[in-house]
Design a protein around this ligand. Sequence first.
Ligand SMILES: [Zn+2]
Length: 249
Amino acid sequence: MKKIILRILVLISFISAIIILIIQISKTKQVTATSVENNVEPKNEVLSVTLEPEKPEIDSKVTDWDLILVNKDNKIPEDYQFELQTIEKGNQVDSRIVQAITQMLADARSAGLNPYICSSYRTPETQVDLYNKKVKQYKALGYPQQQAEIEASYWVTYPRTSEHEIGLALDIVSNNYRTLNEEQEKTEVQKWLMENCNKYGFILRYPTDKKDITKINYEPWHYRYVGIENATFMKEKQFCLEEYIEYLK
Ligand SMILES: [Zn+2]
């Protein structure tokens, strides 16, 4: 009888052991499953963040009228159309920028400064004349024709490659110092314009450190209208127009 009881006890403990083992295994599986889930979850989160489309920082298109790129490689389209309007002292600009330029000059004057527009819209004929004059100057200095043309192009762009021909650019100088050279940047007028022009939608089109890209010498007097948002964004990112257009593409 004792033997039978003993066998039963052994059997019971054996069965219990098996039950405990099964429970343990199932728990381990659960833990593994949970940990796998946990591992996968954050991965999914990271993936979803990566796949979310990048938010555009600025809502401008390269086809916007105020972002037209005119340079040595981008001639003014033959069918380009715009309306001219006369502002102070007989200067003409694209009618869409009249308010901006008028306000900028008025505010500069309110700040006690004396800006003077020395060039605005130019007819294609004027651009040709200016360019030929510059070539002549270099030839007088002894440059051969081809070299004179290249040197001239750093100052006066070839006809149909100047922003002055579309009325979106103005050369503004200090009335007290009308010479177009680097000294111009030291005038109070230029300091003010460089600091504030973006608030009116203008950029200094040919900055000193972008000559390699613009292919135009530093011109601390040539301002180009691009709109307030674009001008401010470009200022923040320190983009010249060529770089900004690439950025938007
Ligand atoms: Zn200019």
